[in-house]
Design a protein around this ligand. Structure first.
Ligand code: ATP
Ligand code: MG
Ligand code: MG
Ligand code: MG
Length: 354
């Protein structure tokens, strides 16, 4: 029997357009002889719309933005998505593929909704998604797993407002300049800045506080940025490593989505030892966050070949030109096969829970 796949895309986040391109690419990679494909679109305003079953790959992004408000079914009518006993064959989807990024996409909230609906879905569950979205929690868990990382300091808005001076003092004591100031719960480098002086630090914190009540300040490191894909559930596998070479000071939002001229070198030119350390650490990170399906683990590799973990991304960019699919392509798993494997992993994980 054909599997019924729900593509969930769009969303309120800054990455709405990226999500639409990903959804189009996924329809082009899916084998329509094996899958029935159902689009579920979240508008910029956060309205959920269920479209007609797709009978063929989608050519234009506009085709994915059905604007007929009568198609709106969620969350006003969530029960229409719940498989009922009599009509299970008709109503149920076999797997949802959340092609969303950022808050409400990769932070565990949508994953929680899908859990409540008892729908299998691709990728990480609630715990891994939310722990991976909060850089402070993530780094605390990495520390427990014994993973090397840059020193960091964290605080919430109220603490900053109450005693800015002593927090700055702590940072000056624990960290060396320059530092990277980040909202704890974001991605795509939004709200991140580099600060080399006290004045820049204050401005950077004020800016980051516009995005989040929790801030992390990390020691800056001069290093190459090398990433690795992880795929699997209980026995995850690693891809070859890939290096990103931003043509700017750091890999900021502009470099990621606007300039499009960041070089990716796959496989990265690293020693066998560095690659092995990255693999071991990527798996440790995957396990300590209790990940499933996929993650992209991002590392810093210093001139002395020291490997430090920066973060994992639980729903990494997934266009055919994004790092994660390219890493797997170079490891011998093409885009269509990657999607097939993710679907199998989602069904396997769901079955184990029952
Ligand atoms: P994404 O999820 O899109 O990968 P993000 O918003 O989670 O990004 P980070 O990956 O933590 O953000 O940081 C963005 C970029 O900033 C990094 O790719 C790197 O270029 C630079 N950067 C971040 N932290 C540091 C650091 N401690 N030292 C040096 N550079 C850093
Ligand atoms: Mg990230
Ligand atoms: Mg991200
Ligand atoms: Mg990153």
């Amino acid at each position: 029997m054909k599997k019924r796949i729900g593509l969930l895309y769009g969303g309120k986040s800054a990455e709405h357009e990226v999500s639409l391109s990903t959804a189009r690419a996924v329809t082009q990679a899916l084998n329509f002889d094996e899958y029935d494909v159902f689009p579920i679109y979240i508008t910029h305003e956060g309205e959920w719309r269920k479209g007609e079953q797709l009978m063929a790959p989608v050519d234009t992004i506009e085709q994915l933005q059905f604007n007929n408000a009568s198609n709106q079914e969620l969350p006003n009518n969530i029960s229409s998505f719940l498989p009922s006993h009599q009509e299970k064959e008709e109503a149920a989807l076999d797997v949802i593929f959340p092609l969303l990024h950022g808050p409400n996409g990769e932070d565990g909230t949508v994953q929680g909704l899908l859990e409540v609906l008892n729908l299998p879905y691709i990728g990480n569950g609630v715990l891994a998604s939310s722990a991976g979205m909060d850089k402070v929690v993530m780094k605390q868990l990495f520390a427990i797993a014994g993973l090397k990382q840059v020193p960091f300091v964290h605080f919430i808005r109220k603490e900053w407002q109450k005693d800015q001076e002593s927090l700055i003092g702590k940072m000056e004591k624990d960290l060396a300049w320059p530092v990277f100031v980040k909202p704890a719960n974001l991605g795509s480098s939004v709200g991140i800045s580099k600060a080399s002086t006290r004045e820049e630090l204050i401005a950077a914190v004020e800016m980051a506080l516009k995005y989040d009540r929790k801030i992390i300040v990390e020691q800056g490191i001069k290093a190459r940025e090398v990433e690795m894909g992880v795929l699997g559930n209980d026995t995850p596998k690693c891809s070859v490593p890939g290096e990103i070479k931003p043509l700017k000071d750091f890999y900021d939002y502009q470099a990621k989505y606007k300039d499009g001229n960041t070089a990716m070198i796959i496989p990265a030119d690293v020693t066998e030892e560095v690659e092995q350390t990255m693999q071991d650490n990527a798996i440790k990170a995957f396990k300590v966050l209790d990940c499933s399906g996929l993650v992209r683990a991002d590392f810093f590799v210093t001139d002395e070949d020291e490997v430090l973990i920066n973060e994992v991304n639980t729903l990494p960019g997934f266009t055919p030109f994004s790092m994660f699919p390219l890493l797997w392509q170079h490891t011998g798993v093409n885009y269509s096969e990657l999607i097939d494997q993710l679907i199998e992993l989602a069904i396997e994980r769901h079955a184990e829970k029952q």
